[in-house]
Design a protein around this ligand. Structure first.
Ligand code: SAM
Length: 418
């Protein structure tokens, strides 16, 4: 594809394949806002609300103006001089990093060389700083509300626009308001376009064809479909891994790694096969647990690793590629469930072939870019695929989103009306 065609396609889809420019890195640049906006007709995701971190004033480490005293103390405690020698685990992690490094550098180089894309990138983030609705109050804390004794009594009222066929044959719509228990109940948005939910004076924009279950891990079994051909073809899992990062601890609770062994992934997979995507952190101990215990227990063999390389609006990396504890990239492990990968001739999808690099400007802390478009050709089973995100914080059309706060990024403060 010519660069101009690729850019045009990027404008429409939010996906820019850098391989088209002559490199063979399997590198793709994503614009999550464009990808998300494909899901909405009457609303749009506001770039400055999505890319909120790019709008924050740069924080100086150790700057007393911006750093809270508690954090300052913690940082000092953590500032013990590091032993020069790496321990055995760190050496394995370093070897993995060296393996990934060439691919990451080559992908990043292809981004930096692409002056058209770079120009686009700076425009993508452009815009006024997003001001939240005055008087709309703080965002609802679903994690807290879901654990309160009142949780069974909370209801969300959803206004759906449903089709109406008039006597003269013309189509119109009527609005229907329905209340649902907010926690522990599966809610589907069947309407002609996005629906609007109301809960505790806050408004939520719900894409057409999305579905969600807001519950704790203990109730994840409620997602298992009645029959296995109603299972999912794409399953994305983004667990709240235990991690020393203070910022993460403040953002959401974590789960002990071993709990993940109880996720009913096989029961959730479609009989015609599923592509499983698992986000992991760069901790070597976690990677070993995932490869040796977790993925085998879910029936996933020989995973392929993809990398998400995070860049700034000017195209540079968000941090030093070689900084040991703060890599500017995260890993995703991908593999198949219920698919015989040897029976190539019978497959109606492309098998994963080697590592790929996804690049994007990151949004809020721990928010991952939408993956369905990028992965569509690798998803087995009927088309369009049935998709599921476990530990989700947002909704997509045709996806089921589960977690203890799947409405988090659906708050109307992240949207504007078209
Ligand atoms: N994929 C999300 C995104 O892109 O924004 C980020 C998910 S974040 C890594 C993990 C999520 O798991 C958080 O929303 C957290 O609140 C949720 N979580 C933590 N403990 C949970 C539990 N016991 N049951 C359900 N969800 C839980």
């Amino acid at each position: 594809m010519e660069i101009c065609d690729e850019l045009r396609s990027f404008e429409a889809t939010g996906v820019y394949r850098l391989d088209g420019t002559g490199t063979s890195t399997g590198a793709t640049f994503l614009d999550p806002v464009r990808l998300l906006n494909g899901s909405y007709q009457r609303f749009r995701v506001v770039p400055s609300a999505y890319y909120s971190r790019s709008f924050e004033p740069p924080r100086q480490l150790g700057d007393p103006e911006t750093e809270q005293p508690e954090k300052r103390k913690k940082r000092k405690r953590n500032q013990k001089p590091k032993p020069k020698e790496l321990n055995a685990m760190e050496r394995i992690a370093e070897a993995r990093h060296q393996e990934a490094r060439t691919l990451l550098l080559s992908a990043h180089e292809s981004l930096i060389k692409d002056k058209y894309l770079l120009e686009h990138l700076s425009k993508m983030i452009e815009g006024k700083e997003h001001t939240l609705d005055v008087g709309s109050g703080p965002e609802n804390n679903f994690i807290e509300l879901g654990t309160s004794w009142r949780a069974p009594f909370y209801e969300i009222t959803i206004c759906f626009r449903k089709p109406l066929v008039l006597g003269n044959g013309e189509g119109s719509f009527h609005a229907q308001r329905t209340s649902f228990p907010l926690f522990n109940s599966i809610i589907s948005v069947e309407a002609i376009d996005e629906a609007e939910g109301e809960f505790q004076n806050k408004r939520y924009i719900l894409p057409r064809g999305s579905c969600f279950l807001m519950s704790d891990f203990k109730r994840v079994q409620d997602l298992i479909p009645g029959s296995s051909d109603e299972g999912y073809n794409l399953i994305v899992v983004d667990p709240p891994w235990e991690n020393g990062c203070v910022r993460q601890k403040e953002a959401y609770p974590t789960l002990p790694n071993r709990y993940l062994l109880y996720l009913p992934v096989q029961e959730l997979a479609h009989t015609a096969g599923a592509l499983l995507v698992l986000w992991i952190t760069n901790r070597e101990k976690l990677r070993m647990f995932v490869e040796k215990e977790l993925l085998p227990s879910w029936g996933v063999k020989d995973p392929t690793v993809f990398y998400w390389l995070k860049v700034k609006p000017d195209g540079s990396l968000i941090g030093d590629l070689d900084l040991f504890h703060h890599r500017p990239y995260e890993c995703l492990l991908l593999g198949y469930i219920n698919v015989n990968t040897d029976a190539k001739q019978e497959l109606n999808f492309k098998l994963l072939e080697g590592s790929q690099v996804i690049m994007s400007v990151p949004g809020a802390h721990s928010r991952k870019p939408p993956l369905e478009k990028l992965l569509s050709e690798y998803i087995p089973g009927p088309k369009p695929p049935r998709c599921l995100e476990l530990f989700a914080r947002e909704l997509f059309p045709r996806w089921t989103s589960w977690g203890n706060e799947p409405l988090h990024f659906q708050d109307s403060v992240y949207f504007s009306e078209k």
